[in-house]
Design a protein around this ligand. Structure first.
Ligand SMILES: Cc1ncc(COP(=O)(O)O)c(C=O)c1O
Length: 482
C-alpha cells in the first residue's frame, strides 16, 4: 500500500456538489465542465507534442449527453459512433460542419462509425451522415453493394438503395492481442468478437480496393481501462507490421491509423494515473522504428478515448435513506445500480466520499477508505480537523441501492464515517460508462444530469425521467396505439 493516495481519485468539487444538493432532489449526476475541458486539452496537447497532425475523436458511447458532446467538439474532437442513434446525435450537433471525404486533412469534424455485426441499413445511415465507415469484418465489404431496407434495427425507412462504396474506408483489425482493466473489457485476441483477424487484413483491403475505395485507414480497439503505458506501443508495433504487410500484398498505402480508446483512469486511491506523455512518446518511438524498418510513410495518428475524457469529471450523488444493521452494516442510498451499473456488471471499484448532513452549508467531512485515513495523514499533510473527525468515527459498511439484486452494491465493506439518514454519498468517476450504461430494471427511472459550469453555476442538461417516460411505448398505459 503506497504512503500517498492518488489525489485525482480523492478529488471532488465540494462547493459545487454542496450547492447541487441544496438545490436539487437526489439522486443525480454532476459533471464538472472545467475538468472535462482539461481532460480534452491534456490529451490533445500530449499527443500533438509527438504527432503534430494528431486527430482526436471521442467515443460517444462513454457519455452521450448532447451538452457534453458539444463541449468535446468545441475542444477540437471529432466522434466515434457505434449505433444509428449516436450517428443521429453527432449529425445534429455538427449541424453540417461534418466534412468527411477521402482527404483526412480537410476534415472539420472527423467522425467514424465503428460498429460490429451492423445491419446494412445502419451502415448506409452512417455513410450518408458523412462518417468514415470502420468495418469489423471482411464480409462487410460485400454489404456496401447490398440493397438496404426491410431489415435490421434501423429506422432509415424503406429506402432500397445500396450503402455505396465510400471514397475512404477503414477496417477494425484484431491484432491477436488484447488487454483491459478486467476480463470483460478485453476486446481483441482470439476470444473477442471484434475486428478482422490480422491474417485476413490484406484480403479485406484488397476486396475494398477492387470495390472502388480510394483511401484507407486501420483501426484497433483492444481493451478498455488500460493503465500500462507500454501496452499501447506494443499494439501499435503490431498494427504497423500489418500496415506494411497490406502494402506488400496489395500496394495499398494506409493513410491513417486509429489506436482506439482504452486509456485507463485510476479508480482506486492506490492506483497511479496513466502517464499519457509516456504513452504518446512510446507510440512515437514505435512509429519511427517500424516505419524505417518497413519503408512505409507514417500514417496519420487518430485516437478515440471515452473514459479518459469523461470518467473523472462526473459524480453520482445520492442520499442515505435507510441504514440496516444486519449481518453486516448496509447504508442504503436513493441511487441504485441501474443508475451506474459498473460495480454490478464488472465488480468495479468506485471511490466514495461522504458529506455529513448539516454540513452542506459549511464544512465537509471528507471520507476515505480506512486504509488511507489513519493516525497518519493519507496525503502526508498534517491531519485536518475534518479528517480527525472522519477517522475517529468510522465503521465498515457496504453502500447499496434498492434494486432486487445482491450485486447492487456501490461499495463493499468499506471504512466510511458513521452515516446517518440524510447524509450525502458522492460516488467518484461516474462521468464515463456510467449513466450511459443505465437501465430500467425493477421499473427504475433514470435520474437527472447537471453540468457544473466553469462559472460555478449548475445547469440541468438532462431532466430526470418520469413514470410517463417509462410507459410511453406501451400500448395499454402509454401513448402508443394498439
Ligand atoms: C470502438 C471503441 N472505441 C473506443 C472506445 C472507448 O474506450 P475507452 O472508454 O476505454 O476509452 C470503446 C469502448 O468500448 C470502443 O468500443
Amino acid at each position: 500500500m503506497p504512503d500517498k493516495a492518488n489525489q485525482q481519485v480523492l478529488y471532488f468539487p465540494k462547493e459545487g456538489i454542496m450547492k447541487s444538493v441544496q438545490q436539487f432532489p437526489t439522486p443525480f449526476f454532476v459533471y464538472e465542465e472545467k475538468k472535462l475541458r482539461e481532460n480534452c486539452r491534456n490529451l490533445k496537447k500530449t499527443f500533438e507534442k509527438y504527432f503534430p497532425y494528431f486527430q482526436p475523436l471521442y467515443a460517444v458511447k462513454a457519455n452521450n449527453n448532447p451538452t457534453i458532446l458539444k463541449i468535446i467538439m468545441e475542444e477540437g474532437f471529432g466522434f466515434d459512433c457505434s449505433s444509428e442513434s449516436e450517428c443521429r446525435m453527432v449529425k445534429k450537433i455538427c449541424e453540417g460542419e461534418m466534412k468527411m471525404s477521402g482527404n483526412v486533412n480537410t476534415m472539420k469534424v472527423v467522425s467514424m462509425y465503428t460498429g460490429n455485426y451492423t445491419p446494412v441499413e445502419t451502415l448506409k445511415f452512417a455513410k450518408d451522415c458523412g462518417m468514415i465507415l470502420n468495418l469489423d469484418d471482411v464480409s462487410n465489404v460485400a454489404m456496401l453493394k447490398e440493397f438496404c431496407g426491410g431489415g435490421g434495427q434501423s429506422a432509415v425507412g424503406d429506402d432500397k438503395s445500396v450503402v455505396g462504396v465510400p471514397e475512404t474506408l477503414s477496417f477494425r483489425v484484431n491484432p491477436g492481442i488484447g488487454k483491459g482493466g478486467m476480463e470483460s473489457v478485453v476486446t481483441a485476441g482470439p476470444d473477442a468478437k471484434f475486428g478482422v483477424p490480422f491474417e485476413k487484413a490484406a484480403e479485406a483491403y484488397k476486396l475494398a480496393q477492387e470495390a472502388g475505395v480510394k483511401h484507407f485507414g486501420i483501426h484497433m480497439m483492444t481493451g478498455s481501462n488500460v493503465l500500462d503505458e507500454e501496452y499501447f506501443a506494443k499494439v501499435v508495433e503490431k498494427l504497423l507490421e500489418i500496415v506494411a504487410d497490406v502494402k506488400n500484398k496489395t500496394g495499398i498505402k494506409i493513410e491513417f491509423l486509429n489506436i482506439g480508446g482504452g486509456f485507463g483512469v485510476a479508480y482506486r486511491p492506490e492506483e497511479k494515473s496513466l502517464d499519457l506523455d509516456k504513452v504518446a512518446r512510446l507510440i512515437k518511438e514505435t512509429f519511427d522504428k517500424q516505419c524505417a524498418k518497413f519503408g512505409i510513410k507514417a500514417p496519420r495518428l487518430i485516437a478515440e478515448p471515452g473514459r479518459y475524457i469523461t470518467a473523472d469529471m462526473g459524480f453520482l450523488v445520492g442520499k442515505v435513506v435507510v441504514i440496516k444493521d444486519g449481518y453486516k452494516k448496509f447504508v442504503g442510498i436513493d441511487a441504485a445500480s441501474n443508475d451506474m451499473p459498473r460495480p454490478s456488471i464488472y465488480g468495479a471499484y468506485h471511490y466514495v466520499s461522504v458529506m455529513k448532513k448539516g454540513e452542506f452549508g459549511g464544512r465537509v467531512i471528507m471520507v476515505e477508505n480506512k486504509k488511507f485515513v489513519s493516525e497518519k495523514s493519507i496525503t502526508g499533510d498534517t491531519l485536518t480537523a475534518d479528517r480527525v473527525i472522519a477517522s475517529s468515527k468510522t465503521e465498515v459498511v457496504s453502500v447499496v441501492g434498492s434494486i432486487c439484486e445482491n450485486n447492487d452494491q456501490f461499495a463493499k465493506d468499506r471504512e466510511l464515517p458513521v452515516c446517518e439518514t440524510g447524509d450525502i454519498i458522492v460516488i467518484h468517476n461516474c462521468g464515463g460508462h456510467a449513466f450511459a450504461m443505465g437501465h430500467h430494471y425493477n421499473g427504475k427511472l433514470l435520474h437527472a444530469e447537471y453540468l457544473l459550469q466553469e462559472n460555478g453555476e449548475l445547469r440541468m442538461i438532462r431532466r430526470a425521467e418520469t413514470f410517463e417516460d417509462l410507459y410511453r411505448t406501451t400500448t395499454d398505459f402509454g401513448r402508443t396505439k394498439k
